[in-house]
Write a protein that binds this ligand. Structure first.
Ligand SMILES: Cc1ncc(COP(=O)(O)O)c(C=O)c1O
Length: 394
């Protein structure tokens, strides 16, 4: 038996330190924001190379993304609702088409879910089949006069091809929000993800390389123009107590999660290195199996520092589901991220897409399979995974 992920191996050695970090919060009943959150934001901001005020610890990755889109007002510079401008607001809001945000259909649901919830229209652009990330050429083709934002996703822990996307955003005057939920610590040409565009979000969902003991996330507000507003929107748009400049949400992180994350952050880079070593070991062992094109190992872009939140193989020739069944029977952890592209999800039928619109994303959904790659997997477990796959193809 090889689990896909075993969080206890990572957390157990840190439990004493984590309990010590939590204790003053429990004793002092300090649960919301406060020093633990400030301290974590300071530590995380230095990890990302931004100022402390630019790193907002929030309730989840999803909320960080929604907050980003709310802070940019859907990309439309709408006059703020006030008694004097209410009529003007209603006129422009009702006649102006919603801002469009271009993103990938091959990602976790949250990416497009938040675009919808922010009152924007999701426009999909297909992926590069090698990296699984949005193809910048397709992204450029998807831009219309209503486009206000780009939301590239750094899937599985590897950064997108950022230079053409940054150039596109500049050329068309679009806000660029990076979905780095799976990729904190990943880099493109030495630049940390979540810091290259206007804003960038990471998730601390427990399965991420930096995982909380529950839900949490962070928004990096690189474009300083949005810092104050984003901080307000985290607390219902409140500037001074009970003075609300805009409608925001309750997007605060729990102080306890911040304290836990602060302990774990110190280990993040070494966990990345362990995952990278595991990926290298997989390559070595699969190389010896000589499976040809039966499976395709993850492509590592030489411009990228890949943090392997997932190790995703492609299983070709329509064999993915049979291999999955074989691994399930052998109790080898595996998972399909993701079985359905977002343009074919029932809730997005209103966008008018159909099967065949994004062939690379659709094919990826039929072929991808995640294998165990977590930082504390043993060499023997990696060997068991590879051996089980070898037996399947014999
Ligand atoms: C690509 C992507 N975007 C957004 C999210 C949302 O993050 P969270 O689960 O913290 O809300 C996730 C989480 O898995 C994700 O993988």
């Amino acid at each position: 038996m090889v689990p896909l992920l075993d969080l206890t191996r990572e957390n157990k050695p840190l439990l004493d330190e984590i309990k010590a970090a939590m204790e003053p919060l429990l004793v002092g009943s300090q649960f919301i924001l406060g020093k633990a959150v400030d301290d974590f934001e300071a530590a995380a901001s230095s990890y990302f190379g931004v100022k402390p005020e630019q790193a907002l610890a929030v309730s989840s990755g999803t909320d960080a993304q929604l907050l980003a889109l709310m802070a940019m007002n859907g990309g439309l510079d709408m006059p703020r609702l006030s008694s004097s401008s209410e009529a003007a607001y209603r006129d422009t809001a009702s006649t102006r088409p919603p801002g469009e945000c271009v993103t990938s259909p091959f990602t976790f649901f949250a990416t497009a879910g938040v675009i919808h919830r922010a009152g924007m229209r999701t426009v999909f652009a297909d992926i590069d089949p090698k990296t699984f990330n949005i193809d910048p050429v397709k992204a450029a083709e998807a831009v219309t006069k209503n486009t206000t934002a780009l939301m590239p996703v750094h899937l599985y822990g590897q950064a997108c091809d950022m230079d053409p996307l940054l150039a596109l955003a500049k050329d068309k005057n679009l806000l660029l929000i990076e979905d780095a939920a799976q990729a904190m610590g990943a880099k493109h040409k030495g630049r940390p993800v979540a810091t290259m565009g206007d804003m960038g979000e990471v998730s601390f969902f427990p399965t991420k390389n930096l995982g909380a003991f529950g839900d949490a996330g962070m928004l990096i507000v690189k474009n300083e123009k949005y810092v104050e507003k984003a901080r307000r929107i985290r607390v219902h748009g409140m500037k001074n107590r009970y003075e609300h400049l805009e409608v925001g949400g309750n997007f605060r992180i729990d102080a306890i999660q911040a304290a836990i994350l602060q302990v774990k952050l110190k280990h993040l880079n070494s966990w990345h290195e362990m995952r990278r070593a595991n990926a290298a070991r997989y390559r070595e062992l699969f190389g010896k199996l000589n499976l040809g094109e039966k499976i395709i190992l993850p492509y590592e872009d030489p411009n990228c520092y890949h943090i392997y939140n997932q190790f995703i193989i492609r299983v070709t020739n329509g064999k993915r589901d049979a291999l999955k069944k074989h691994l399930d029977e052998k109790q080898i952890g595996n998972m399909i991220y993701y079985p359905t592209p977002l343009h074919l999800q029932p809730c997005f039928a209103y966008l008018g897409y159909k099967k065949g619109d994004f062939p690379h994303s659709e094919k990826a959904c039929e072929e991808v399979l995640a294998l165990p790659i977590h930082s504390h997997i043993t060499q023997d477990e990696i060997a068991q995974v590879v051996e089980a796959i070898g037996v399947f193809f014999k």
